[in-house]
Design a protein around this ligand. Structure first.
Ligand code: PMP
Length: 423
């Protein structure tokens, strides 16, 4: 065969591995149908972001679907800190903490976080996801047992998989079931190391974990207790110190993890705990050792947000006031908001089609929220996950409630008199 003569070249057929990918985009599938109807609520670009307001599709919307709890992503002081860090250290670290990627800024932030959380030591990771995955992978192995709440975030689940430990999942917040599992494990495998891992605040329901009972079970069955406080630090507890502090139990929880992608307006994550445990994680977590460190701007952003959090405690008070106002507001309109206790307020919608149409109608009324569908929630319990910032104005909050009232009536989620439908 000569060059250019392709008559005998076998055309490579698509590998069967990709069949599922093509099937996903099939014209009759859910994805294509929602996309064609312009109801697909995910991956929507934001063209400009000012915190509580943003531009999407050329139109101004009120943002009620972020995790920007303190509203600091648009704060001029925070932006300036990020710019100064770029000027001094450049745009990226180009290496892991282990090698060339440690800055004095990282050490300052670790010290500051350990201090803030009242623990011996802190270790940084480049995302919150990597933090939980890395901590669990470093601490638990084949001979250990992990007890994990069924509603835990995906990165805890991923950590349990990577660790290869025996993972036993208990029903959401069902501490009777957890105790049974702990008891059986203690009898059958008394030498196995045990870790209880749970979200401190659950990301969809806005519910706080039952920390006092978890501490008691951990003590009784010689288990380590780890709380993922991604939605708790900078949000709940004295000074925003998270779920363990809410109950005055920070000394009784072994490891607390957090993220910088929510209250701290940045990207990255951290774990705090006793010196030996954190130093061990620093040397054993693959996600820490084999991935580049937090960029300078992200690190400086968190330090500035910590300053503001400590200097302006009224931000937290405002956030809690707003959360109460919105919870009451939704309930008065007749919506079911489960038993949220934080600025995450889920609004139950029902079936999948109504959910997507509801989401789209809210957007057309100038409000952005997150549509949550199974498997993140049980079938028939789709949600509009709403979440609030300390910087939302009263006017913005009322506009959000008005939009929900209008769209809720339109779709029969609430009755025409603005009360929950009983059937
Ligand atoms: N834990 C929880 C409970 C979360 O909700 C999230 C993010 N949504 C993470 C961890 C991961 O954090 P990050 O986005 O910073 O990677």
């Amino acid at each position: 065969m000569s060059p250019g003569d392709d008559t005998e070249t076998a055309t490579k057929s698509a590998p069967s591995l990709f069949n599922k990918c093509h099937k996903f985009f099939d014209k009759s599938g859910d994805y294509a149908k929602t996309k064609d109807a312009d109801l697909y609520p995910y991956f929507r670009p934001i063209e400009r972001n000012e915190g509580t307001s943003a531009i999407m599709n050329g139109r101004e919307i009120i943002m009620a679907g972020s995790n920007n709890y303190l509203g600091l992503t648009a704060d001029p002081r925070v932006k300036e800190a990020a710019r100064d860090a770029v000027a001094k250290y450049g745009t990226g670290c180009t290496g892991s903490r282990f090698l060339n990627g440690t800055l004095d800024l990282h050490l300052r932030l670790e010290e500051r976080l350990a201090d803030f959380m009242g623990k011996d030591e802190a270790v940084l990771f480049s995302t919150g996801y990597m933090t939980n995955e890395g901590v669990i992978q470093a601490l638990a192995g084949r001979n250990d047992i992990i007890f994990s709440d069924k509603d835990n975030h995906a990165c805890i689940v991923q950590g349990t998989r990577v660790s290869m430990a025996d993972t036993q999942r208990y029903r959401h917040n069902d501490l009777d079931q957890l105790e049974k599992l702990l008891k059986r494990a203690s009898e059958d495998r008394p030498d196995a190391g045990k870790l209880i891992a749970t979200d401190g605040v659950f990301s969809m329901s806005g519910k706080i974990a039952r920390v006092p009972e978890l501490v008691e079970l951990a003590n009784r069955y010689d288990a380590a207790l780890m709380l993922d406080d991604a939605h708790a630090i900078g949000v709940i507890g004295p000074g925003g110190r998270g779920s363990a502090s809410t109950f005055g139990l920070k000394d009784d929880v072994d490891i607390i993890t957090g993220t910088f992608s929510k209250s701290f307006s940045s990207l990255g994550g951290f774990a705090v705990g006793d010196h030996d445990v954190i130093e061990f994680i620093r040397h054993e977590a693959s996600a820490h050792i084999f991935s580049a460190s937090m960029p300078p701007a992200n690190t400086a952003t968190v330090l500035k947000c910590l300053d503001i959090l400590e200097e302006e405690p009224e931000r937290l008070e405002r956030l809690w006031e707003i959360s109460d106002y919105m919870r009451d507001g939704f309930r008065n309109l007749g919506f079911d908001v489960w038993d949220s206790e934080t600025p995450i307020i889920p609004v139950v919608i029902g079936d999948m089609n109504t959910c997507f149409q509801f989401w789209r109608d809210l957007l057309d009324n100038g409000v952005f929220v997150n549509a949550v569908v199974p498997p993140a929630v049980p079938p028939g319990q789709t949600l509009m996950r709403t979440s609030y910032m300390a910087t939302h104005s009263n006017d913005e909050l009322d506009k959000i409630l008005d939009a929900f009232h209008k769209v809720g009536k339109q779709h029969g989620v609430i009755g025409s008199n603005g009360h929950a439908k009983t059937n």
